[in-house]
Design a protein around this ligand. Structure first.
Ligand SMILES: [Zn+2]
Length: 114
């Protein structure tokens, strides 16, 4: 499963950051997931719950910040909300939108116990 690979790297990043901060207990991992990142959020949550015990402990929560898709038209320069790739510009209808935002997939921060 694609999402398990993503979760594995999220957990690795979370552990590195906790180690760098001298923390031993991670209480939450906050991630940013763009609507156009091709990630199934329920699958991501499921994989996180399955994998967290070995990696960061059962107490760690996954907090997901969804980033909406935004595209810019190369023909008329209008910016529009974008929920899927190759969406045609709703303003002029002449060109496919170029992705400006929504491909994010990253660890925003971790929360640790003091
Ligand atoms: Zn346009």
């Amino acid at each position: 499963m694609h999402e398990m690979t993503i979760v594995t790297s999220i957990l690795a990043i979370a552990r590195e950051r906790a180690a760098a901060a001298g923390a031993t207990v991670i209480t939450a991992v906050e991630v940013e997931v763009g609507r156009l990142a091709g990630v199934e959020i329920p699958a991501l949550e499921f994989c996180f719950l399955a994998a967290r015990g070995h990696e960061v402990g059962e107490q760690a929560e996954l907090v997901i910040h969804e980033i909406p898709g935004l595209g810019r038209c190369p023909a008329c320069a209008a910016e529009s909300a974008m929920d899927f790739y190759a969406a045609v510009c709703p303003n002029c209808g002449k060109a496919a939108l170029e992705v400006v935002q929504g491909r994010e997939l990253k660890v925003r921060s971790i929360r640790v116990e003091d």
